[in-house]
Ligand binder design. Sequence first.
Ligand code: ATP
Ligand code: MG
Length: 388
Amino acid sequence: MKEIILLKYGELVLKGLNRSTFVALVEKNVRKKLKEVDGEFSLEYSQSTMCITPSDDADIDTAFEKMLTVFGVVSVCRGYKCEKDINQVLEAVREHAYELVGNKKTFKCNAKRSDKKFPLKSPEISALCGEVILEEVGGIKVDVNNPEVIVTAEIRDTAAYVHGNGVRGAGGMPTGSSGRGLLLLSGGIDSPVAGYMIAKRGVTVDGLYFDSPPYTSDLAMEKVTSLARRIKDYTGSMFLNAISVTEIQEEIMKNCEDRMLTLLLRRFMMRIADRVAKEFGQQALITGESLGQVASQTLEALTVTNAVPTLPVLRPCIGMDKVEITDIARKIGTFETSILPYEDCCTVFTPTHPLTRPTLEQIEAEEQKLDVEGLIQRAMETRRVIKI
Ligand code: ATP
Ligand code: MG
């Protein structure tokens, strides 16, 4: 009898026309992640479920953890695979009764029979499995209406599986089903969350980080790299671009009104991001902006920054408050890194009284004092790329 991992795919998407593409993409992403795990894994897909069978020497614990990061998978569970024979099924339930029910106090058994030629019907299989659990596990009771755990026996075409409750998978759409996006990734809490949320919708996310040496340090760059790695843990691949805006910031400081510093810099960031994305094939920009959070994120300020890029700007955190964003940051493991106290290029030059209700005319007039195109071109020349 083999210990296996079962992945359940999102049912709604499976009903659509893109079903086969969706399934193929999840499988490709699963294979890619399993390559990083010790051992061999064979995959078999049928009826919205992927069955992963590990070799005897495989690291199934790590494989299980990795499967929780595959977008498009709604639940992941460990179970056992055996021959399609009722005695073997009952033997599997007996041998693994404790693992199947966990430490739960109430259960029910549920059998699914996709092979209709199997000699026993589903209710009969359920009843037999239930008897075995009651014999093996002390103190557990049957509760058909509201069980804490459902022990499932699935009789498939080639084999039978038994498993307990699954845990929630990463959900969303499979990576690669919605194109590529470029995330403006700072070292803060919001932008990694924004990247994760868009990645969850099937977008392969690349990063763009603006630094400002010598005002920002290598430690800040390392912090951003480790944030990028967390997003890559979900999507499987990421290119992180780094571009220096030192000259731009110094020129703004020297020539422009203090209260417009942040907005002017934002517009440069958007222009540069737009160019990078067009050159390297990303179809949208992604930011961690949240409405009203700071002076540069009022509706008026967003109108001013939004006026420069030609690509759509996705802002998944726009309607979320800090508590909601922080909850996601903790869940995806970016929070602890995000709160490390390294300086960001925006915090190096912060206006004391930033303009909160800017107009486009005001900002455009201020930009007349700068060689916008020259500054952008020289910044583009500082571009470095890291494959995460
Ligand atoms: P975050 O927590 O993501 O840093 P924030 O609340 O600090 O966001 P801002 O500093 O105003 O907000 O930045 C708004 C958005 O602009 C960020 O979410 C990010 O997408 C982008 N951004 C800001 N600074 C940088 C940077 N140094 N490099 C790349 N993108 C940046
Ligand atoms: Mg920030």
